[in-house]
Design a protein around this ligand. Structure first.
Ligand code: HEM
Length: 334
C-alpha cells in the first residue's frame, strides 16, 4: 500500500478549502503543481515548525483523465446529485480540491496563496472557504461536531483504499459540500427541538437513547451498517465558516474522507431522500447544501511521480473510461 496523504491530523483551529476547475490547456501546469505541493508545505511549515500544517489534494473524476494515463481509481465518479421530496444535494463543478489545515490561519493562507500562484492561469477557483474552529469543536448551530468519528486504526481503516483497488491502495475518497444555514430560523427553534433534530443533547453532547431519538434526526439517519451489522464509518473534518453581516452566507463546510464513496453516498441518500423515503434529515430544514463535489486523494508516491499525461487532452466521461481503461496497461506498476 502507498503512503496516504496527511489526512488524519489533530483538530486544528484553521482550515482552508479551495475548489478549482482546470482551464483548457491548464493540465500540464496542474500536474506540476500537484507534485510541487509538498515542497510548498515544507517551506511554509519550516518558518513556524511548532505549528501544525498539512495540505491534502484531491482530484475530480473528469479531471483524472485529463491529467493521467493508465488506470483510474475504481470508484471515482462525479458527485451524485440527490433530489428528495423537499431537499436537494446539488452536484457542482470541481476538478481539484486543496484542503489545508493549520494551527495558524496565516500558514494556511500562505500555502493556499503560494499554491494558487504556482498554478497561474491554469485553473479557476470556484469556491474558497476559510474555516475556523468555533469554541469546543462546535458547529455554528451550537452542537459539538466530530464526536463519533473513528479514531486510531479504525480511522485509518475507514479512509484508506486497500487491496480491493491495488493500483490506488493508500488513497482516499473525499466528498465535500458547503452548507448555508438559516440561523434566524435555527435559533428560533427551542433547544429541545434542536436536540431532537440532531439526536444529541446540546450542552453536554450526550447521544439520545434509540427509543427517544427521532427517526428523522441527523444521527439516526447517519448511523448505517453493512449486511453483517458492522457500522460503516467515514472521517468527517467539518469546519464552520462565513461572513457575519446580514444574510451573507455562513454555515458548515462538510468534508468526509472514506475508503469508498458508497458509504458517504448512502448517508446522503438517507439525509436527502429519507429513510424510509420521505423521512428526510430534520437538520436540512435549516441548512441548505449549495455545493457538492467528489474527489480522490491519491498517495504521496503518486503525487511525487505521477503516471504520464494522457496522449489526448480531450476529457472523457467515466463510462467511456471504464470501457477503455485497464486494457491500455500503461499505468505505473505499484
Ligand atoms: C454527526 C453536524 C452534515 C454524517 C454529527 C453531529 C453533528 C453533526 C453536530 C453529532 C456529533 C458527531 O458525532 O459528530 C452536521 C452539520 C452538517 C452535517 C452541521 C451540515 C450542515 C453531514 C453530512 C453527513 C454527515 C452531509 C454525511 C454524508 C454524520 C455522521 C455522524 C454525524 C456519520 C455520526 C453519527 C454517529 O455515529 O453517531 N453531524 N453534520 N453529517 N454526521 Fe453530521
Amino acid at each position: 500500500m502507498g503512503t496516504g496523504q496527511h489526512i488524519l491530523t489533530r483538530k486544528t483551529p484553521s482550515a482552508m478549502f479551495l475548489v478549482m476547475t482546470i482551464d483548457d490547456g491548464g493540465e500540464d501546469a496542474v500536474r506540476e503543481a500537484l507534485t510541487g505541493l509538498s515542497g510548498i508545505v515544507t517551506t511554509v511549515s519550516s518558518r513556524v515548525p511548532e505549528a501544525t500544517l498539512s495540505a491534502v489534494v484531491g482530484i475530480g473524476s473528469a479531471a483524472w483523465d485529463r491529467l493521467f494515463s493508465g488506470p483510474r481509481p475504481a470508484e471515482l465518479h462525479p458527485f451524485i446529485e440527490l433530489t428528495g421530496e423537499v431537499h436537494t444535494a446539488p452536484s457542482t463543478p470541481g476538478d481539484i480540491l486543496l484542503h489545508i489545515k493549520s494551527d495558524r490561519q496565516d500558514l494556511a493562507f500562505e500555502v493556499g496563496r503560494l499554491w494558487t500562484a504556482s498554478l497561474g492561469d491554469a485553473v479557476t477557483t470556484v469556491d474558497e472557504v476559510h474555516g475556523f474552529r468555533y469554541f469546543d469543536m462546535r458547529d455554528l448551530i451550537g452542537f459539538v461536531d466530530g464526536t463519533e468519528n473513528p479514531t486510531g486504526d479504525d480511522a485509518v481503516a475507514a479512509i484508506l483504499v486497500d487491496a480491493e483497488d491495488p493500483d490506488f491502495a493508500g488513497g482516499s475518497y473525499v466528498a465535500i459540500q458547503r452548507y448555508v444555514t438559516d440561523f434566524t430560523s435555527w435559533n428560533a427553534l427551542p433547544v429541545p427541538d434542536q436536540e431532537a433534530a440532531i439526536g444529541r443533547s446540546k450542552v453536554e453532547n450526550i447521544e439520545f437513547d434509540d427509543d427517544v431519538k427521532p427517526t428523522n434526526s441527523h444521527i439516526a439517519l447517519n448511523v448505517i451498517e453493512d449486511a453483517n451489522g458492522e457500522e460503516l464509518d467515514i472521517v468527517r473534518d467539518n469546519m464552520p465558516y462565513g461572513d457575519i453581516a446580514g444574510d451573507r452566507e455562513k454555515g458548515t463546510l462538510f468534508i468526509a474522507y472514506s475508503k469508498t464513496p458508497a458509504i458517504t453516498e448512502q448517508m446522503l441518500r438517507n439525509m436527502f431522500i429519507g429513510e424510509p423515503e420521505g423521512n428526510h434529515d430534520r437538520l436540512l430544514d435549516f441548512t441548505t447544501a449549495v455545493t457538492g463535489t467528489q474527489f480522490f486523494a491519491p498517495t504521496t508516491e503518486f503525487l511525487d511521480d505521477p503516471p504520464p499525461a494522457p496522449d489526448t487532452q480531450i476529457p472523457q466521461t467515466p463510462a467511456a473510461t471504464d470501457t477503455s481503461d485497464g486494457s491500455l496497461g500503461i499505468g505505473r506498476l505499484r
